[in-house]
Write a protein that binds this ligand. Structure first.
Ligand SMILES: *Cc1c(COP(=O)(O)O)cnc(C)c1O
Length: 373
């Protein structure tokens, strides 16, 4: 049988390049706590993302938890968000003692449906946490208009949107803050890692203290913080990977174009269209299978791919508002579009080094599923 194809494969610099980057650590013996590599990556990212402030984290989830905590919302405050996302988004809200209020998604790009936000606002609403899902940019202008009208904060889960631009503006610049994930599976990785990006100066010290136990100075601990610092080896990986980002995104683009060539136009298959005014990062290749037209269900396609040694992902299934841990607290019928898509979507293998021959192999298996063949 041909080699297995996994759904993703982490981008890595050459071995020698990484070794060169970490060499100095054997001289300094400074391994974490905002060392030289951490500072260098932070500066590089502020430049690359064209945003005044970047605070680095050991992962994206803790970045999101901390920035929500930094907003100091009242306990049990309501946060409008979507269930068509990774567990992290909803968990960050709940773990802050806040209440997620689930809004449905747009049927075309799967971001929050802005026409349904205002009906969910109550006197307890304190924020909107939209997700740039698959790297698709949310309706940022309309979200800001609503937030301004009702005095709400907007924190973007931009985990998928690293390097994406909308109308020429970096995805790091919208709302009150944006969280990025630099997990191994993301377009840009620091092994594990993440960041909060924002414009307001006051958040810099607060977030830096929060990720370091609330320690403000050598003899001063101002609040009960946790530990979420990025270490020097993570930062060094980021410095290397950032050098090759353009090339990596270019290769992802070629893969994505091959998928489009092979799959678009097939009855019952929907590929997520490119958004107007958006420079994409080709983070994911979501495909929606409509069984009545395609002749096979998403689960049948998933099984056929698995039989052929190809890993796809039911991403995002199940919806976060159906998770066992919430014991049915949320009515999933409030988000019918999200439910519909989550039952039909598969993300196909997509990474910079995926060969076009492998893309053809994947598409052959999918097209053989047409009409249950
Ligand atoms: C990856 C991801 C996160 C969390 O990132 P980690 O770095 O793995 O903690 C949050 N939200 C979304 C949508 C993600 O895909």
């Amino acid at each position: 049988m041909a080699d297995k194809i996994l759904v993703t494969r982490s981008s890595m610099p050459d071995y020698e390049e990484y070794c060169e980057e970490i060499k100095g650590l054997w001289d300094s013996h400074w391994l974490t706590n905002m060392g030289a590599k951490h500072q260098e990556l932070q500066t590089e990212l502020e430049k690359f993302l064209e945003v005044p402030h970047v605070v680095l984290y050991t992962n994206g989830h803790l970045a999101l938890e901390n920035v929500l905590a930094a907003m100091n919302f009242p306990k049990n405050g309501e946060v409008i968000t979507t269930p068509f996302t990774f567990a992290s988004t909803t968990h960050a809200i709940v773990r802050n003692g806040l209440v997620p209020v689930f809004c449905d998604i747009d049927p075309v790009d799967y971001t929050i449906d802005v026409t349904k936000i205002e009906a969910l606002i109550t006197d307890k609403t304190c924020a909107i946490v939209p997700v740039h899902v698959y790297g698709n940019i949310c309706r940022v202008e309309e979200i800001q208009r609503i937030a301004d009208k009702y005095g709400l904060k907007v924190i973007y889960d931009a985990a998928h949107a690293f390097g994406v631009r909308y109308k020429g503006v970096s995805s790091a610049c919208f709302g009150d803050a944006s969280m990025f994930s630099f997990h191994a599976t993301k377009v840009f990785n620091t092994i594990e890692g993440g960041a909060v990006c924002f414009k307001k100066d006051y958040l810099v010290q607060l977030l830096n203290d929060m990720k370091n136990f609330g320690i403000h100075g050598p003899e001063r601990v101002e609040f009960v913080g946790g530990n979420a610092k990025m270490n020097e080896f993570q930062a060094a990986m980021g410095i290397c990977n950032l050098r090759h980002l353009d090339r990596e995104i270019g290769k992802r683009k070629a893969v994505m174009e091959r998928y489009r060539e092979r799959l678009s136009g097939t009855e019952g298959i929907t590929l997520c269209p490119l958004q107007a005014d958006v420079e994409p990062n080709y983070a994911y290749c979501p495909v929606v299978f409509e069984p009545t037209l395609f002749g096979s269900t998403r689960n049948e396609v998933f099984a056929a791919l698995a039989e052929n040694g190809i890993g796809a992902r039911k991403y995002f299934y199940p919806l976060t508002n159906t998770f066992d841990c919430f014991h049915g607290a949320y009515d999933i019928n409030n988000t019918p579009v999200a439910l519909h898509i989550s039952k039909r979507v598969l993300t196909l293998p997509l990474y910079a080094d995926l060969s076009l021959e492998d893309v053809d192999r994947i598409c052959d298996v999918i097209l053989r599923c047409k009409n249950g063949k």
